[in-house]
Design a protein around this ligand. Structure first.
Ligand code: ACO
Length: 319
């Protein structure tokens, strides 16, 4: 039976670091407010002209090196982003060009902060179904470009970055399961409603959010999705080695972990340094925990995304 397995991880952050103290001179906020409400201390911000596909390129190269593969070995690119370089071509195709790959398929997935989990689940299906052998799965974002830098309720929460994994065919299961969900009835609680039409940007092109509603929904669906993944595999919370939830807010992660009974030391947390990088947050956190030696062969890793749409889901992987 065909399975897929993560062969290597990589990530990349823009050079510029914006601290909470820096934000104090941009909007009416304090380091204390941001840390106590979100756990965020700093975030990275892309330079002018630094695009999603550019960040993705660096992350992809690191992931390929970790997997011991060359760009030409890749026959599928699935790139999750809500901040693509342009309306089209997809950022996945632009990344494909930058990597010099001229075969296979490349496309974007748009599921906001669940994007990486959606992309990984998609690539797993392609590999298990025999369409692809080795996939590059990327989450990359420049959310700083769609923020209202006058709105203290949202601009303090996000950052830019990219994370990537190489997923390859395997005789033994690496990806044990994936479960995806969405409910468009919640479209209004988190959105960037502007669009391009008639040669102009129509509507508001900056992020709008009902923070309280997002918080409640995120904690509920992350708990449900974790139980769904474990039940489907006949596993329990005690079997988990690592819990990597979307890095939106440390309080969402700790509330969810507490409801599930996951101890804090099994939660990978990078939101303090990266803030919310949307589709990039899970592969960024994953790469940190792989490279610092926490995630080791044989470990059971639960990744969970939740974001605009609303979308949510899980991927459970044996390392
Ligand atoms: N600095 C200082 N004060 C602020 C700031 C800020 N940056 N932002 C808001 N405030 C003020 C508000 O104006 C309000 O003031 P008021 O009482 O005078 O009106 C006060 O702080 C309290 O505002 P609340 O919105 O009630 O604050 P709350 O404790 O709910 O925290 C937060 C807000 C952090 C956004 C919280 O609702 C949250 O974490 N929600 C989840 C949102 C999230 O993580 N979104 C990420 C995208 S979604 C995703 O990735 C799944």
């Amino acid at each position: 039976m065909r399975h897929s397995r993560i062969l290597g991880t990589g990530s990349h952050l823009p050079d510029k670091v914006l601290t909470n103290r820096d934000l104090e001179s941009i909007v009416d906020t304090t380091d204390e407010w941001i840390v106590s409400r979100t756990g965020i201390r700093e975030r990275h911000i892309a330079a002018d002209g630094e695009t999603t596909s550019e960040l993705a390129l660096h992350a992809a190269r690191h992931a390929l090196a970790a997997a011991g593969l060359k760009p030409g070995d890749i026959d599928l690119i699935v790139l999750a982003t809500s901040t693509p370089d342009m309306v089209f071509p997809s950022s996945a195709c632009l990344l494909q060009k930058k990597l010099g790959i001229r075969h296979g398929a490349a496309f974007d997935v748009q599921a906001v902060c669940s994007g990486f989990v959606y992309a990984l689940a998609t690539a797993d299906q392609f590999i298990r179904g025999g369409m692809s052998r080795r996939a590059l799965v990327v989450g990359a974002e420049v959310f700083s470009r769609i923020l209202d830098w006058k709105d203290r309720g949202t601009c303090v929460l996000f950052g830019d970055g990219a994370g990537a994994v190489v997923l390859g065919e395997s005789g033994t299961p690496g990806i044990l399961s994936s479960h995806l969900h969405s409910d468009g009835a919640y479209a209004d609680i988190l959105s960037t409603p502007g669009h391009v039409g008639g040669g102009k940007v129509l509507g508001d092109p900056t992020l709008k959010m009902d923070g309280g509603a997002v918080f409640k929904l995120a904690v509920r669906v992350l708990e449900e999705a974790a139980r769904e993944a474990l039940d489907a595999n006949g596993l329990t919370v005690a079997d988990l080695d690592w819990f990597i939830a979307h890095q939106a807010n440390v309080r969402i992660i700790s509330h969810t972990a507490k409801k599930l009974g996951v101890p804090p030391e099994k939660c990978v947390v990078t939101v303090d340094r990266h803030a919310n990088t949307s589709a990039a947050s899970i592969p960024l956190a994953l790469d940190v925990a792989v490279r610092d030696g926490r995630i080791r062969p044989g470990h059971l890793v639960l990744m969970e995304g939740v974001g605009g749409g609303f979308t949510w889901g899980s991927v459970l992987a044996r390392w």
